[in-house]
Design a protein around this ligand. Structure first.
Ligand SMILES: [Zn+2]
Length: 216
């Protein structure tokens, strides 16, 4: 597998990565989460062409992000390999040495969502009941990341608390929509609990927010 890291996240990895991935180019460190989105807001643009879709980015993933973003046309790119992810992070001035700590980022104005190999794999693992069961933390967090990034690009917001709050609220709905997980079953409880744990490891700027209703 291109993704060299053991699938079982260590606590340290979780802490670090989380923030990053989810967040408009957000990494978990406090300084960073504010910084990365600002680069986006300031019109920072990625050098060169965006990777575009590929075998690593199944068509349903960008389609889902667009649905979650209220129909906004988006480019969603799954990094094919750990090295490709490092390269992509470097292009937007995130430190390559911390690639394992980033799950994804968004270029809000451009309507681009970039997802780590871990997240894209997690989304795929969720599509089959058996692999969803054996990778619940990865699946739950990956869907959460997709929801978080989609919130950034849908609402043109850099607000991490808001993005994460909206992801938290939407997670059961999305798990049901994507994978048919029953709303009140044991599997839903396990998945949302796993995501809640992952969320709890994030920096304070991702926690305690509220998700305004659309237009509200
Ligand atoms: Zn974010």
């Amino acid at each position: 597998m291109a993704w060299s890291r053991n699938r079982t996240l260590s606590t340290a990895l979780v802490t670090a990565v989380l923030a990053a991935s989810m967040f408009a180019g957000v990494k978990e460190a406090g300084a960073y989460s504010a910084e990365a989105p600002k680069r986006v807001a300031d019109g920072y643009s990625v050098a060169g062409a965006v990777g575009g879709t590929s075998a690593q980015t199944p068509a349903w993933i960008p389609a889902e992000a667009e649905y979650l973003s209220g129909g906004r046309k988006l480019t969603v790119v799954c990094a094919a390999t750990a090295q490709a992810w490092v390269t992509r992070l470097t292009e937007v001035a995130f430190p390559a040495s911390e690639a394992d700590e980033y799950y994804g980022f968004s270029l809000i104005r451009r309507g681009e969502i970039h997802l780590s190999p871990y997240v894209c794999e997690g989304l795929r693992l969720g599509t089959v009941a058996s692999t969803r069961r054996s990778h619940e933390l990865q699946v739950a967090w990956s869907v959460n990341v997709l929801l978080h990034e989609s919130t950034h690009v849908a609402r043109f917001t850099l607000d991490e608390k808001l993005a994460e709050a909206c992801a938290r609220i939407a997670l059961p709905i999305e798990l049901h929509r994507l994978y048919g997980v029953a709303y009140h079953g044991a599997e839903m409880r396990r998945l949302t609990t796993a995501a809640a744990w992952f969320r709890s490891t994030q920096a304070p700027e991702y926690q305690g927010g509220t998700c305004p209703t659309a237009g509200g």
